[in-house]
Design a binder for this molecule. Sequence first.
Ligand SMILES: [Zn+2]
Ligand SMILES: [Zn+2]
Length: 162
Amino acid sequence: MKRAKKQNRSDIEERVQEFSRLCRKNDLRVTNQRLEIFRALLETVGHPTVEDVFHQIRTILPNLSIDTVYRTLTLFENHGLITRVQCLSDKGRFDPNLENHHHFICVRCKKIEDFYWPEFTDYSIPDEAMKLGMIQMKKVELRGICNECRRKGRNAHQKKHS
Ligand SMILES: [Zn+2]
Ligand SMILES: [Zn+2]
């Protein structure tokens, strides 16, 4: 299994470049504001909500409204440049990773982490599922308690007993 890629400066810049290329391919005007919103999405790890992206971008574009951020992210989504993840009856969360990947969702802190599973991609879809309709996406969703929450849980437990 390939680990989720670490985000460093040059990675982010590379992905912003790739994004602006994709925008042009989709006849979407590339503006500084749109690039900044995409960059803020990349910089906010764990599949952020529109509020998270808004907070991230505030320091750079303080006059931007949350509505604009929301409309821009929806526009990106409608052009297939990002996806929206709905989980645990939570608000919509945005995902800039267009590579074939899967999600681990922490039921405690609701963090969503990417993981890769190339062997799964090779599995064929069961006939039973094929009969239900046209398949557009094949994704695994794992749920559990992330290491960070497990650690916190253990610490709380230890404190109680010491
Ligand atoms: Zn967690
Ligand atoms: Zn993802």
